[in-house]
Design a protein around this ligand. Structure first.
Ligand code: ZN
Length: 107
């Protein structure tokens, strides 16, 4: 399952398929020898690479929904952060303007 790059690191780690014998990432298994792990020689036709989520029975449709939810949460957090930065900048500019007006009025 190809995950988007924005998916949280922990999510990607749980969904990355690995050799069940040595833990080599399935991405590192060359297409030229798809049935044998290049690191440990595990027979991948007998024991195909699996993710942590698959081994724990958490696979099927759930990861896609979880990824969508995590991405949605990340987008909401990013929007809230941007909004707070704008409000903070406006407040800082307002306070600065007031301070400048007060300083100019007292001199
Ligand atoms: Zn292996």
């Amino acid at each position: 399952m190809a995950l988007p790059r924005e998916a949280p690191a922990l999510m990607r780690r749980h969904l990355r398929r690995r050799c069940v014998q040595c833990g080599l990432s399935a991405d590192a298994i060359p297409a030229s020898q798809p049935m044998e792990c290049p690191r440990c020689g595990c027979d991948l036709s007998e024991r195909p690479p699996r993710s942590y989520a698959q081994m724990e029975g958490l696979d099927a449709a759930a990861p896609a929904r979880d990824v969508e939810r995590a991405l949605s949460d990340a987008r909401v957090q990013a929007a809230a952060t941007r909004w707070l930065m704008v409000v903070g900048a406006v407040l800082a500019a307002g306070i600065g303007g007031l301070a400048a007006m007060l300083w100019a009025a007292s001199h």
